[in-house]
Design a protein around this ligand. Structure first.
Ligand code: C2G
Length: 132
């Protein structure tokens, strides 16, 4: 069984996230998603709208996702990959090159980001609507 892993906040889940998850799952048979905890998001200077628990529940309901684990630091990836027996590490290509060191424990794949959608875009658009 080929295992795939990806990491992210996945806040205000949108079709760009789904595109990423679908393509990641298509690379193997089992997809693990490591979701950033609220505390780790603070380290990423991100404040998610949905709590970790609710983002986890949403991700677990997606057909492409087989398992969700917490991401609570930058340094856990190699350990996760070895512990879970992961074959492929996947991220959107906004992260291209950032995790190449993982290629000594698994295949590293950067997938093209989906253009035209992002959580910050959603927030900005909603602000526009509210403020008129
Ligand atoms: N993504 C995408 N297309 C978009 C938006 C996001 O392909 N339009 C991808 C990102 O490239 C990332 C994943 O969806 O691979 C999750 O995006 P975020 O929730 O923004 O994750 P991020 O904050 O980049 O956290 O240790 C890695 C970090 O936790 C990644």
């Amino acid at each position: 069984m080929k295992k795939v892993i990806t990491y992210g906040t996945f806040d205000l889940l949108h079709w760009g996230h789904i595109n990423l998850l679908k393509r990641a799952k298509d690379l193997g048979d089992y997809l693990i998603v490591a979701i950033s905890t609220d505390e780790f998001n603070a380290l990423k200077d991100k404040k998610a709208y949905h709590s970790f628990e609710n983002r986890k529940m949403i991700l677990e309901s997606i057909r492409y996702v087989d398992e969700v684990i917490p991401e609570d630091n930058w340094a856990q990836k190699k350990e996760d990959i070895i512990r879970e027996g992961v074959d492929i590490f996947v991220m959107g290509d906004d992260w291209k090159g950032q995790f190449d060191e993982l290629s000594d424990v698994c295949e590293v794949v950067y997938l093209p980001r989906t253009i035209g959608i992002s959580t910050s875009q959603i927030k900005d658009d909603l602000l526009q609507v509210t403020n008129g």
